[in-house]
Design a protein around this ligand. Sequence first.
Ligand SMILES: *[C@@H]1O[C@H](CO)[C@@H](O)[C@H](O)[C@H]1NC(C)=O
Ligand SMILES: *[C@@H]1O[C@H](CO)[C@@H](O)[C@H](O)[C@H]1NC(C)=O
Length: 270
Amino acid sequence: MEIFILKIILIINIFIRPINLQLLINVKNQGGDVMQENITANVSEDTVTLDFLRLDGVYVSQLVDFTNEVEAMKVIIPSEEELGQSGYQILCFLTHAAQADFIAPDAMAKLRQKNPGTVRVAEEDKGWRQTTVTAWAGRATILLSPAAAKHCAPAYDKVYLRSADLTRWAPRPGVEQSYTSEVTPFPAHALSFDTSDGNPTISVCMAEKDASKDCICHLEVCVNWYPCGLKYCKGKPQGGLSYRCGIKTCHRCYRYHFYVRRRDACLNYM
Ligand SMILES: *[C@@H]1O[C@H](CO)[C@@H](O)[C@H](O)[C@H]1NC(C)=O
Ligand SMILES: *[C@@H]1O[C@H](CO)[C@@H](O)[C@H](O)[C@H]1NC(C)=O
């Protein structure tokens, strides 16, 4: 019995070393627009990179470093000329990579598209992931993941992480110092919460009237389609044993909250 026809097939070849792979996928976003995603697996580095250009001109590039369990979300935001801003703002958010969400680079490198022109829609909606970063990552970035450091280099000092994640990352071989001494926490008043209502004591930028005041900015990014797991089929080819026969695909949105020293540094992405 034909179970289903896979739009994406997974070729498993244990005799050929997986090569690096680039997939260009046409994806329908939630507004119904079609955009192209570029997914690259680097097997020797054990990383996967997914990037796309949003219709509003924002470029998003997500790197997952599997060996080091680091995810680096880089966002490049063009400034609005009407507001007298010029150039781009580049931000990078480092988080602990939740296991088993993205499929690993060696499996990713074996993916082939049967119909490259097809417009794809993710099967499962993973909803929103909220991340409130608490520190500038500084030199911890290179200690945690050389691949993430390279990925985030254009963001300079706008590389952020959650201090709580630092304890989840295992000590790296040959790295004596703790990551904690390498990061710069946000000022204390930006990290404290009002005991009465649980809200941060500092304003969110959207509510801050004074452009020169510091505040908590936020940024939203949706990844409309990514391979989030392997599918197993039972069947004839392997005599009833289950075998990897395809991929599961997901959609996930991210909301990052971060500190800015001046409200006017919180750009048009509020
Ligand atoms: C896809 O990403 C890879 C790696 O970042 C890059 O070399 C390639 O030029 C990209 N392709 C397209 C069509 O954007
Ligand atoms: C894969 O990663 C290695 C190590 O960082 C790098 O030298 C190589 O250029 C990368 N390959 C591709 C195709 O990006």
